[in-house]
Design a protein around this ligand. Sequence first.
Ligand code: HMG
Ligand code: MG
Length: 309
Amino acid sequence: MNDARPAGGVLSGLPAAVTVVEVGPRDGLQNERVFVPTEAKIAFVDALAAAGLPVIEVTSFVRPDAIPQLRDAEDVMRGIARCAAVRYAALVPNERGLERARSCGVAEIALFTAASETFARHNINAGIEESLARFAPVIRRAHADGMRVRAYVSTAFGCPYEGRVAPAAVCAVMEKLLALGADEISIGDTIGVATPTQVAELCALLLRHADPARLALHFHDTRGTALANVLAGLLAGIAVFDASAGGLGGCPYAPGAAGNLATEDLLYMLHGMGIQTGVDLTAVVRATRLIAGYLDHPPTSKYYAAATS
Ligand code: HMG
Ligand code: MG
């Protein structure tokens, strides 16, 4: 079994605690072919909250024809039980998205752009600079309303259209988002191509320009390197990681992006290393089991498979 040891041990410099940002209801479900009923989405979010996840990205307020699975965003947001200990966030692409989010009481928004121009155009129909210009008034208005603002930099390691992405390009976008006032930047390996040396190299550069408390890492496990990449991130000083219950996930505009890092696999590794998360792993498995009944494929999380076989 998994013997917990004090954080650090032979690996020095690890954080004692990590914040896990649960993106399953948004990144996990957005690519699912079969429409998941609104009530099931609500029950999934509530089960994740009950598991102790401190931040849950509930849905996204994008064009419903772009992401039909999440066309019930308002209903999901209004239907969930609000647990005081949980930050409920939602993906927002523009001012229209902010309006929609505000109409149903969202307290934290997540904007999204990319480090590669072609991906940005495919995903949000805007180049990087145009997306940043679009974000400026959204961030101002969100802050004026007391909302927290997170911002994703997608394709931080590789782009499905342009290939390898230079760390300097990621850093430039991160710095502009911070200058616009984003509270936290999540660095996304959208298509799951990163390796630990690349993570270490990129984090070293980013941390010369940003406070580690304002950085998060968002890995997709497409090629099986996500947990190794988390370890590289931890060693670099990052303590916020995005993950998706069951390993659900993918991005419709990133071919081959299937499979976010699974929350269960992340928790198993962190807890085994003596790193606190405040999340009940068994309860996350229950949440995944609940949503799995609505999908046309089994969840990819290795821990989930082991726990439910
Ligand atoms: P656009 O077509 O350029 O927008 O879409 P527009 O401003 O030109 O408006 C055109 C029409 O869309 C208008 O309607 C707007 O009202 C409507 P009309 O007047 O023609 O009837 N519209 C909206 N409707 C509802 N909600 C909105 C909204 N905005 C405009 N918010 C847009 C630009 C960004 C909106 C579009 O491209 C879009 O929705 N893209 C969604 C992309 C997406 O969700 N991708 C997946 C999430 S990103 C991801 O997964 C990566 C991440 O996980 C990190 C990682 O892994 O790296 C975050
Ligand atoms: Mg993602």
